[in-house]
Design a protein around this ligand. Structure first.
Ligand SMILES: [Mg+2]
Length: 284
């Protein structure tokens, strides 16, 4: 005759069975979630990044409301100057341009331009007479205004001359580091570097000089700014005249770097022109 198990033992078995079922049920629910934790984390990070960027850029555009393939085509048209003069970034491309500028592709494109300039430089040498020269633009070539344009929907808002003057007057633009590297390399290799900007000479010379120096642009040959004679003239006209002046002084302009086509077109051109990407604004 088998001995009956004690009542407490029967109760324990029931409890153990219930625990086992509960454990299986929890495992059934929790396990797939745990397996997908990476996916959820990625999803959350992505959502956070989009929300943060949308917050910075103003109106919230869900992904479905902009066409990135159109915006990529628009940016290519702008960079190749097929677009010609344009006033503001199309509203449907504001988020795209923000992502382009902050998300890594702008930096990658910039690095590629620098690699191409590097390849060009490696195939030549500066002469011993100190007359081989390069011309570099300042705004969004040497110094970045990205911080300012972040507050202007990356160029989605119309240009505001007073606000921009106020920003430039603070002297807080940061160096575009790949261009600073190029600047130093040019000087090391014996080229004279001329910084050529449409900024007003009278108002901005001191603060621009200070800003360039505090960002490491030291050792250039001359800072050429827009004087009263060129007030109201287009950048292409002004910069052509300044290049002519340099050529008249005997300088051989071996290269010219700028973020605007008006830096690189016109007369008295350098041997090679290099366009830095800038989909945020157009200067005629
Ligand atoms: Mg510029």
């Amino acid at each position: 005759m088998h001995a009956m198990p004690p009542c407490s033992s029967l109760g324990d078995n029931k409890i153990n069975t219930s625990k086992s079922h509960l454990s299986k049920a929890l495992s059934f629910i929790v396990s797939p979630i745990l397996k997908m934790w990476k996916f959820f984390l990625l999803l959350l990070t992505n959502l956070f990044a989009k929300t943060a960027l949308a917050y910075k850029t103003g109106p919230f555009f869900p992904n479905t409301l902009f066409d990135s393939s159109y915006c990529l085509s628009w940016r290519v048209a702008v960079e190749t100057n097929n677009a010609g003069p344009w006033a503001t970034v199309p509203i449907e491309c504001v988020l795209y341009v923000g992502r382009y500028m902050l998300g890594g592709q702008y930096n990658r494109d910039l690095e590629t331009v620098m690699e191409m300039i590097g390849a060009y430089l490696d195939g030549m040498e500066a002469g011993d007479d100190d007359m081989d020269a390069w011309v570099l633009d300042i705004d969004d070539t040497c110094l970045s205004n990205l911080l300012y344009y972040q507050g202007k929907q990356f160029g989605g808002m119309p240009f505001d001359p007073a606000a921009f003057k106020s920003w430039a007057g603070k002297g807080m633009c940061s160096a575009i580091l790949p261009v600073l590297d190029l600047f130093n390399k040019l000087i090391e290799r014996g080229y004279k570097v001329f910084l050529l900007t449409g900024r007003d000479d009278l108002t901005f010379r001191d603060i621009t000089t200070a800003n360039l120096h505090n960002q490491g642009f030291v050792g250039y040959e001359r800072l050429i700014m827009r004087t009263a004679d060129y007030k109201g003239k287009g950048a292409k006209f002004f910069k052509s005249a300044m290049r002519k002046q340099l050529m008249d002084e005997g300088y051989r302009l071996r290269g010219n770097v700028g973020d605007q086509w008006s830096d690189l077109q016109g007369d008295y051109l350098a041997d090679r022109n290099f366009k830095i990407p800038n989909p945020m604004y157009y200067v005629p």
